[in-house]
Ligand binder design. Structure first.
Ligand SMILES: Nc1nc2c(ncn2[C@@H]2O[C@H](COP(=O)(O)OP(=O)(O)O)[C@@H](O)[C@H]2O)c(=O)[nH]1
Ligand SMILES: Nc1ncnc2c1ncn2[C@@H]1O[C@H](COP(=O)(O)OP(=O)(O)O)[C@@H](O)[C@H]1O
Length: 213
């Protein structure tokens, strides 16, 4: 018997949350623990922030360039978020799916909705809630990335994001980090195991049925 576990269809794992709930920390750990998982690097028109690295955190482009890419249909989805445009480039995602690899997305609820509509068999939507808005504020203050005004804006924006959590497949509260990470990893592993993603099963089954014993 061959131990071959390909071909398979990759997972498009979409993780969304209000800013400060912990999605970047959880996604970084998931990436670190799963070499085969690829991060979708978004394009954005917003300016680069101190500490960010171009083409690692985002591809930073002008409004004209972003519009040109929309016209060329180069995005699987794109959205206006807080006055800037963000989009998921289509080509790396198509390539990953064709090769049976999984892709992780850190995008907002609009992107989650659009990818689930376009790729219903591949998309898995996970939403991370903060324990409370007070704790969200504490985390944003501790992260020390934003001034007070930006933090207050993020907290107000959080409500708009949280209001959409019903459309997600999985929702959990990021209270204890290790427990939340285990939950995210379990979701990812279970989704990977779904039979419809594992196209090799049919061949494997036939090989077992034809095995002479
Ligand atoms: N729809 C969509 N949303 C995105 C994309 N990339 C990032 N976002 C979301 O845009 C929002 C703002 O991101 P960012 O400017 O990095 O700020 P922060 O994550 O709030 O610190 C977040 O909710 C991201 O998840 C994308 O390609 N598509
Ligand atoms: N479960 C948790 N408990 C306490 N602090 C957390 C937890 N998860 C994340 N954090 C911290 O909260 C801050 C915001 O997390 P981050 O991953 O940047 O959030 P997001 O990507 O959703 O904006 C960071 O300083 C991070 O270390």
């Amino acid at each position: 018997m061959s131990n071959e576990r390909t071909p398979r269809r990759g997972v498009l794992l979409i993780v969304a949350s209000p800013s400060g709930a912990g999605k970047t920390s959880l996604c970084r750990r998931l990436m670190a623990d799963h070499a085969g998982l690829e991060l979708s690097i978004s394009m954005t028109t917003r300016p680069i922030r101190p500490g960010e690295v171009a083409d690692r955190d985002y591809h930073f482009v002008s409004h004209e360039e972003f519009q040109r890419l929309i016209d060329e249909d180069a995005f699987l989805e794109w959205a206006d978020v807080h006055g800037n445009r963000y989009g998921s480039p289509r080509a790396p995602i198509d390539r990953a799916l064709a090769e049976g690899r999984d892709v992780l997305f850190d995008i907002d609820w609009q992107g989650a909705r659009d990818i689930a509509e376009k790729c219903p068999d591949d998309a898995v939507r996970v939403f991370i809630l903060p324990p409370s808005l007070e704790e969200l504020r504490r985390r944003l203050v501790t992260r020390s990335q934003d001034d007070d005004e930006v933090i207050e804006r993020r907290i107000q924006n959080a409500k708009g994001e949280i209001a959409h959590c019903d459309m997600f497949d999985y929702v959990f509260v990021n209270d204890d980090f290790d427990r939340s990470y285990a939950e995210l990893a379990h979701i990812y592993h279970a989704e990977r195991s779904k039979r419809r993603r594992n196209l090799w099963v049919a061949h494997y089954r036939d090989a077992l049925l034809n095995e002479v014993v």
